[in-house]
Design a protein around this ligand. Structure first.
Ligand code: ADP
Ligand code: MG
Length: 166
């Protein structure tokens, strides 16, 4: 993974660290997991969503270690923003979160774990924008809106760069 250099830790996930990295000349976020297959599934959902609901874009996955390199969303968690936002901004953020969740559903996925640490709020007062993150519990929705298991990760490698550890 010579393409990635670590800048600093930005979060602690349930399975591992979340790092701010430099990737191919830009800032990116690297989420480290424990299980390769689960990380691949998560990356596949994000790649298929292709930005819907403010999902970070997937830049790269790694074939031999469970990491996802994705778009860095420069913002703070909904929990933090909510503590200081004005009532008008809270209303705006809430309505944006509803709208973004609707986008996920229309794109064919349920998130399965929406809470105030899995929504990042970017921008500033009067122009906040919600970005939904963390697709570790996401499920595919059937045409009737029922949750289904994710299909096998088949075409992941065509969606983003594939890295390996050296
Ligand atoms: N794309 C991203 N851009 C910026 N920060 C992020 C990004 N993804 C995750 N984070 C930060 O890392 C934290 C943990 O990431 P998350 O994907 O929710 O991990 P977990 O699955 O362990 O809950 C988030 O609450 C957020 O602060
Ligand atoms: Mg999370």
């Amino acid at each position: 993974m010579r393409e990635v250099s670590i800048i600093k830790k930005i979060g602690f996930g349930v399975e591992g660290e979340v790092l701010l990295v430099q990737y191919r000349g830009q800032k990116a976020c690297m989420k480290v997991g424990k299980k390769l297959d689960r990380q691949m599934e998560q990356a596949e959902v994000m790649a298929k969503l292709d930005g819907a609901g403010g999902t970070p874009k997937v830049y790269a996955v790694c074939v031999d270690t469970p990491v996802i390199v994705m778009e860095y969303c420069e913002g703070t968690t909904l929990a933090e923003v909510y503590a200081t936002a004005s009532p008008a901004d809270r209303d705006r953020i809430e309505s944006d979160v509803r709208c973004k969740v609707g986008e996920l559903h229309r794109a064919g996925y349920s998130h399965g774990d929406i809470h105030d640490e899995n929504v990042l709020v970017c921008g500033g007062p009067g122009e906040y924008e919600a970005r939904i993150i963390d697709f570790g519990c996401a499920k595919l929705l059937s045409s009737e809106g029922k949750e289904e298991d994710l299909k096998d990760v088949d075409d992941m490698f065509s969606e983003c760069e594939v890295l390996w550890v050296e």
